[in-house]
Design a protein around this ligand. Structure first.
Ligand SMILES: NC(=O)c1ccc[n+]([C@@H]2O[C@H](COP(=O)([O-])OP(=O)(O)OC[C@H]3O[C@@H](n4cnc5c(N)ncnc54)[C@H](O)[C@@H]3O)[C@@H](O)[C@H]2O)c1
Length: 255
């Protein structure tokens, strides 16, 4: 069977665990060479080693994607190793759950650095290579939280709103250079991030019980279910899909 990403190079930020890792696996299975940018060295190296041992070409680069210098150096090393970039999955991100009035300015700035500045830095570094190679596809991780607000998530909601619009704005600015850019907007996912979010919401008495989650989206998504949507958006099957927001939430935002 033809593999959809044979001969392509895919860069995944936040690819060491969770949805990023599930996407690394899916892209590799579809024939891509995959570069991982992540700050979790142990998990990133372990994943790259495991996939390389089973015949895939996957390399881990230790990059904190909120840090401009590390992104510059990581991109240089990535291009040295792979020579090109066809697909960028901007996935790295984190969460802050706190009553709005308790949020410190540094916490606000840190969250924006990890969730939003990271997309600016990595996309800016990757795009010239994608354009030089004739074009490509970018997928940015947004969230149901970009359009559905939750008490104690003002900062997180605001960062995801920015990611939501970042994807759309890149799409319109770079369409003429054969770049597509879309956002994937997951509901709750069973990942370290998702588990941390649910535990923190519960600690503040914000509705996130098993029953409430079941009522809103049936169950938590698996990382693979989100990765499948990411791979679709990055593939030629989505060649006329550009600047869109694909909700993968089993109806959460449809209520
Ligand atoms: N889990 C959910 O319920 C959920 C729902 C919607 C959206 N999201 C989004 O998914 C992302 C979280 O990913 P996940 O759910 O796969 O969980 P995760 O925590 O397993 O994965 C996040 C990955 O990003 C990496 N990362 C975080 N900050 C980084 C930085 N500064 N530099 C480099 N790497 C960094 C982490 O090390 C980790 O490998 C966030 O963007 C979040 O907004 C998650």
């Amino acid at each position: 069977m033809e593999r959809k990403f044979a001969g392509k190079v895919v860069l995944v930020s936040g690819g060491a665990t969770g949805v990023g890792a599930a996407s690394v696996v899916r892209f590799a299975e579809e024939g891509a060479k995959v570069a991982i940018f992540d700050r979790n060295v142990a998990a990133g190296e372990e994943l790259a080693k495991r996939l390389s041992e089973s015949g895939h070409k996957v390399t881990f680069f230790h990059v904190d994607v909120s840090n401009a210098q590390m992104v510059r150096e990581g991109m240089r090393a990535c291009i040295e190793a792979f020579d090109r970039i066809d697909v960028l999955f901007n996935h790295a991100g984190t969460i802050l759950i706190k009553p709005f009035l308790d949020i410190e300015t540094e916490e606000w700035d840190d969250l924006f650095a990890v969730n939003v500045r990271s997309m600016f830095l990595v996309t800016k570094a990757a795009l010239p290579h994608m354009i030089a190679g004739g074009g490509g596809a970018i997928v940015c991780t947004s969230s149901i939280s970009a359009t559905a607000a939750t008490p104690t998530e003002v900062a997180y909601n605001a960062t995801k709103g920015a990611c939501h619009m970042f994807a759309r704005a890149i799409a319109v600015e770079f369409r003429d250079r054969n770049i597509r850019c879309n956002a994937v907007c997951p509901g709750f996912i069973d990942t370290p991030h998702g588990q941390k979010e649910i535990a923190a919401l519960k600690s503040y008495g914000v509705g996130a019980s098993e029953e409430e989650l079941t009522a809103r989206q049936g169950r938590a998504a698996t990382p693979q279910e989100i990765a499948d949507a990411v791979v679709f958006l990055a593939s030629d099957d989505a060649r006329f899909i550009n600047g869109t927001h694909l909700y993968v939430d089993n109806g959460f935002t449809a209520w």
